[in-house]
Design a protein around this ligand. Structure first.
Ligand code: WT7
Length: 665
């Protein structure tokens, strides 16, 4: 997609929402002067800026060198050593805050648990000992495929404690997707559950893992740890499968944390790129720890009396950074909810806000648009006056949805932080600081301290305000990805520290050496506010989840009936973008309704239900230029039901176009 294909609203959105005075008076950053000074200092005196922040963390060996920057390879807090689980847990318990609630957990069926920092530290240590007993060693990879239960953060933190590299795979992904990720990461352990609850039904997590590992297709995996959650029937492989409860039964409550170099890999998280193969984004220990905790504190303005709730799934980066690491890094209290927003009814979120007295709510524009559609009676039926701050993430928010969120959920009194970031950035880069920066509905506003975003043209030249271009970052920041995973990274003595350097460079750095290419189009207005327009590469954003068109295309052509396919995004009032697929079938195969259903289901099996195309059209051929390139712009117009725009004179066969539009009948 190119930047001029998407409309944005910056010009007409003139409404300005100043931070309420009482909010600003109590906020960590309470004025524009303070923000400007912080920002200036972060760029001009980075050593002093980060030193002050990192002094609040626990280091086994404090850093003396801030940054080693050999573009595109960065090392932050270069010679420091630490452990993020110690900073998320032990540090708070040692400070006498062990009785603070870390998580109020609520299962979809209504079961609940309250977990304090002391509880969490104990559970993490026990499970870390269990991991050790299973033979895992520093640098080994562990794949997690779990429901939203407290054992998921427990497992992540236990891995971090031992220097094991976790890779969480969202529970909506299919067996095929699990298999690809296990094999790319060379995972030696998989942690899962018998099932997870979703709208009253059990998601067969263990069954999907079994299917992924069947026929010895994942030779690196030694064991599968299984948590009992839904008590559903599961198959069992003696010798390979181990119940979570049995694994921890005889373990001690104490497990010393590994002293890890700052750049030890913390986790791999797979995300879609422009090829059919997802990229294993690698985040490392110290920089990620400092960046997620600092952004969480200042953006969510976290205080001791806050009850914070991020509604994302931990399987995505939002959950990694702003349910687990960044939030626990502040010793804050949060809510974790297992299930769907409409289980049992459409008011479930608001019932949870009321029940726990949630003060800070962080959710996605897709969810907000869904709530708008469900109607105001659902939030209106609950007391939401505990809320003081709202946040959004994952996709551009349309001003109408923003205004609804502000009025109906925030009661007109809560600032909204529209946080722009990516799996690769580790933490938020462009956002309001809610006590300082006035908000404009639809704009992510200004850069977070330490970051330097810019809008440039195809040649990398800075563009004037008001002109759309490519969003780049002109300098490294502590939370940035360090590379794309390749075998050996993090294993002591193994030389693989930069992973797949070629792909890393090609994807993010080759276009503008030394500057990080985000893949987003954006514009800056005359107040310096950033407006994110959307992806400019061949990735789609469906409900805030990134999906590569190439991945859906390869899923389709892996079906025996499909000769060729092209996938594009199309605007959708709820999910932002929706997937539209165009398919040509092999000779002799009918474009029937049954085939339509079969192909849609096939994509679900290959990738996961959330990646199934919303539209799927058959044609005898795909529209191509004379040089053989599929005309995606034209397909986008067709999918959106727009008049086919622009120059189609290079179209190989005009009848193809008519057929795709359905003109024939
Ligand atoms: C892409 C990253 C960051 C966690 C969730 C998504 C889009 C993200 C915003 C926002 C406009 C946004 C961008 C970005 N995006 N936040 N506040 N406003 N667009 O993570 O799957 O890595 O996707 O999501 O296009 O590049 P992701």
């Amino acid at each position: 997609m190119t930047t001029d294909q998407i409309s944005h609203q910056s010009s007409e959105a003139s409404q300005l929402f100043e931070p309420p005075a009482d909010f600003a008076a109590r906020a960590h950053i309470g004025s524009m002067e303070q923000y400007h000074e912080l920002y200036r200092r972060s760029l001009e005196e980075p050593e002093a800026f980060w030193r002050e922040i990192t002094d609040g963390f626990e280091w086994m060996k404090p850093w003396t060198e801030l940054l080693e920057w050999e573009p595109p390879f960065a090392k932050w807090f270069v010679d420091g050593t630490t452990n993020i689980s110690v900073n998320c847990l032990d540090r708070h318990v040692a400070a006498g805050r062990g009785d603070r609630v870390a998580f109020y957990w609520e299962g979809e069926p209504g079961d609940t648990r309250v977990i304090t920092y002391s509880d969490l530290l104990r559970d993490v240590q026990r499970f870390a000992n269990a991991l050790r007993a299973l033979g895992l060693e520093r640098g080994d990879r562990v794949l997690l495929y779990m429901p939203m239960v407290p054992e998921l953060p427990v497992a992540m933190l236990a891995c971090a404690r031992l220097g094991l590299v976790h890779s969480v795979v969202f529970g909506g992904f299919s067996a095929d997707a699990i298999r690809d990720r296990v094999n790319d990461a060379g995972a030696s352990l998989v942690i899962t559950a018998d099932g997870g609850w979703r709208r009253g039904r059990v998601i067969p997590l263990k069954g999907n893992v079994d299917a992924a590992l069947a026929d010895d297709s994942c030779p690196s995996v030694g064991n599968v740890v299984v948590l009992k959650r839904c008590e559903n029937d599961i198959a069992w492989i003696e010798g390979r499968d181990v119940w979570w409860d049995d694994a921890v039964a005889d373990q001690s409550d104490e497990c010393p944390a590994e002293d890890l170099p700052a750049e030890h890999p913390l986790y791999i998280l797979y995300t879609s790129g422009t090829t059919g193969k997802p990229k294993g984004v690698v985040h490392t220990t110290a920089g990620y720890m400092v960046y997620t905790a600092t952004t969480a504190k200042l953006i969510f303005d976290l205080r001791d009396d806050d009850i914070y709730w991020c509604t994302a799934d931990i399987g995505w980066v939002t959950g990694h950074s702003y349910i687990v690491y960044g939030i626990l890094g502040n010793g804050a209290t949060s809510v974790i909810y297992e299930g769907a927003p409409n289980a049992p009814k459409e008011d479930r979120f608001w019932a949870i806000v009321e029940k726990y007295g949630v003060t800070v709510l962080y959710t996605a524009p897709t969810a907000i648009r869904t709530f708008v559609r469900w109607g105001e009676e659902h939030p209106d039926g609950h007391d939401l006056t505990s809320l003081r701050l709202l946040g959004t993430v994952g996709e551009p928010i349309n001003p109408d949805a923003w205004l609804w969120y502000h009025r109906v959920i925030g009661g007109g009194r809560c600032p909204i932080v529209d946080t722009w970031w990516q799996t690769e950035t580790g933490g938020v880069l462009i956002t309001p600081l809610p006590g300082a920066i006035a908000q404009k509905p639809g704009s992510a506003t200004l850069p977070f301290p330490g970051t330097e975003p810019q809008i440039v043209d195809e040649q990398g030249e800075a563009l004037p305000d008001g002109t759309r271009g490519l969003l780049v970052l002109n300098r490294p920041w502590p939370g940035m990805l360090r590379g794309i995973y390749k075998d050996g990274w993090g294993v002591p003595g193994h030389p693989g520290e930069h992973g797949d350097a070629e792909r890393f460079i090609e994807q993010y750095w080759a276009k503008f050496p030394g500057r990080y290419l985000t893949g987003d189009g954006a514009v800056r207005d005359s107040d310096g506010y950033f407006w994110i327009i959307g992806r400019v590469d061949d990735t789609l954003n469906v409900s805030g989840h990134r999906i590569g068109t190439a991945e859906v295309e390869s899923a389709l052509v892996s079906h025996a009936a499909v000769a060729e396919s092209a996938v594009v995004g199309t605007p959708d009032p709820i999910t932002g973008e929706a997937i539209a697929a165009f398919v040509t079938l092999r000779g002799g195969i009918d474009a029937s309704d049954a085939m339509h259903a079969e192909l849609t289901a096939h994509v679900g099996e290959k990738l996961g239900r959330f990646a199934r195309p919303k539209q799927l059209r058959f044609a005898d051929a795909l529209p191509k230029t004379r040089s053989g390139k599929i005309m995606r712009r034209l397909l986008r117009d067709i999918a959106a039901g727009r008049e086919v725009a622009g120059d189609t004179t290079t179209l190989e066969d005009l009848t193809v176009l008519a057929q795709l539009r359905g003109d024939e009948e």
